[in-house]
Design a binder for this molecule. Sequence first.
Ligand SMILES: [Zn+2]
Length: 138
Amino acid sequence: MTAIMRANRSHNTAPERALRSALHCLGLRFRKDYRVEAAGLRTKVDVAFPRIRVAVFVDGCFWHQCPTHGTMPATNVEYWRAKLEHNVDRDRRLTKALEGEGWTVLRFWEHGSMVDAAESVARIVSRKRLDHAASNAS
Ligand SMILES: [Zn+2]
């Protein structure tokens, strides 16, 4: 329990590394831990494609309360409930803020297949690159 709690908002977790290496295998280049600010909210995007504005997050099951593994600690229940609800709420506001500035936001649970996640990212990136090229050509 303490190990996972210390991992709050940590970067470069094993699932993130798995996603990045799967993206590299697909030949994609990206920025990691890319700092952005949207509507006054600051964050680091786990995997970012800044030119075409695609932001990818790998959400930890505990910290972001995934429906399958989002457990609530048995002690200090009120503290944890407030803290975790705050996290989930912040995720939502952050996604909205980024979308409001033209980003496409993709969130994947850390328990999922990072190979599948990378394929979804690749599909969206290639579509956005086409749109981007088309709008710049006109
Ligand atoms: Zn999970």
